[in-house]
Design a protein around this ligand. Structure first.
Ligand SMILES: C[S@@+](CC[C@H](N)C(=O)[O-])C[C@H]1O[C@@H](n2cnc3c(N)ncnc32)[C@H](O)[C@@H]1O
Length: 355
């Protein structure tokens, strides 16, 4: 009996997932309100999705755990629903708070701009871009060291994996957007291209990149140029591949930046983006949250000259569209064959696409 019940719940949850995918694919501004109004019903039913697959051994313990968990999640969703639907239409921060609930993430990520409040110094007198530039200028001297320390060196393997994706088209000209100190650009040297341009808004970060290029005798291939990714001066279709490592989250106008990348990439060219992401698995997420909310900001504060930089990091990651939601944005600006791969327990996301 309990097995039948679990199977039934599972079928309902699969049907809901199918509706989800359908609505997600259809969703655009015209459908936003329709899908939003369907949310209360969907939110109530969503907990079913959290049920594990039907237990093979009909273990009463498993059923009890699943049932308790779904009641708990259900209560959480009802509370969020009530808060949200007291006011209409929902604003972005309300959508964001629901977004954190997990399963509906893809459906409610309609907004493509970063919420205004997530800026490095929360200084209303200056644009996000100005604040981002200043923050990276401040931490440039410690950036590479902290990157290695805080990612335990895993960031290198993420870049290697991303470079493997663009290697398939043997790119001759590569643009590394938001290059920082150039780690992605240097990783792409393994493809033996003619030219790699490292492009960034922070002169402080670029100066370390140039130094590394001189030290490694690669300055004739890797060139560092200062500029804003949301307004690039390169010709249309001028690069075979574009890489972006942990940069898109910092754009002031996400879509503008992505449109510019699309413009400068040649038809058939490849884009690969790496971005910090939030693990979906509850247990991993629990430890990750502790690391992300306490350890990382404390260590960052200790070693960099900037008290805000490593608190801005988790804040901006939490507010950034992830997974399918970001794929959807990439597709909207014109990219094809958009794919998303979670790396290292979902702590990093690799987005791959073609023009
Ligand atoms: C976290 S660092 C990433 C550096 C490097 N790509 C890596 O993989 O380590 C983000 C970089 O994005 C740059 N950035 C942010 N917004 C930008 C923009 N609009 N145009 C160009 N660079 C930007 C920052 O200056 C910073 O150097």
């Amino acid at each position: 009996m309990s097995n039948k019940l679990a199977k039934m719940f599972r079928s309902i949850s699969l049907a809901l997932a199918a509706v989800d995918v359908m609505l997600f694919n259809l969703s655009g501004s015209a459908l936003m309100w329709m899908t939003t109004s369907l949310m209360p019903a969907r939110l109530l039913l969503t907990p079913l999705d959290f049920l594990p697959p039907p237990p093979q051994d009909e273990s009463p313990m498993m059923i009890a755990i699943a049932a308790t968990k779904s009641v708990f999640v259900c209560l959480k969703f009802i509370r969020k629903c009530v808060t949200l639907f007291c006011k209409k239409p929902p604003n972005l921060s309300e959508l964001n708070s629901i977004r954190k609930c997990g399963f509906l993430r893809s459906l409610i990520n309609f907004e493509t701009e970063m919420p205004q409040e997530v800026t490095p110094y929360q200084d209303e007198a200056r644009s996000k871009k100005e604040q981002v530039e200043q923050m990276f200028d401040n931490i440039a001297h410690r950036y590479d060291f902290l990157n290695r320390l805080l990612s335990l060196g895993i960031d290198r393997s993420w870049r290697k994996r991303a470079v493997r994706f663009i290697s398939e088209i043997q790119p001759r000209k590569i643009l590394d957007v938001a290059t920082g100190t150039g780690d992605f650009a240097f990783e792409a040297l393994s493809l033996k291209p003619e030219k790699i341009i490292g492009y960034d808004i922070s002169e402080g970060m670029l100066s370390y990149g140039r130094k590394k290029a001189l030290e490694s005798n690669t300055a004739h291939i890797v060139e560092f140029i200062k500029g804003d990714s949301e307004k690039m001066f390169f010709d249309d279709n001028s690069f075979d591949a574009v890489t972006v490592g942990f940069g898109v989250r910092n754009f002031e106008y996400l879509e503008e930046g992505l449109k510019e990348i699309h413009r400068v990439l040649r038809p058939g060219g490849r884009l690969v983006i790496l971005e910090v992401s939030l693990p979906h698995n509850g247990l991993v997420r629990f430890f990750y949250d502790i690391y992300f909310s306490f350890i990382l900001p404390t260590v960052g504060r200790l070693f960099s000259r900037d008290v805000r930089a490593y608190s801005y990091l988790p804040e901006s990651v939490r507010a950034f569209p992830q997974g399918h939601a970001f794929n959807h944005i990439l597709a909207n600006v014109g990219f094809k064959n958009v794919e998303w791969t979670p790396l290292t327990l979902g702590t990093c996301a690799m987005y791959a696409a073609e023009k």
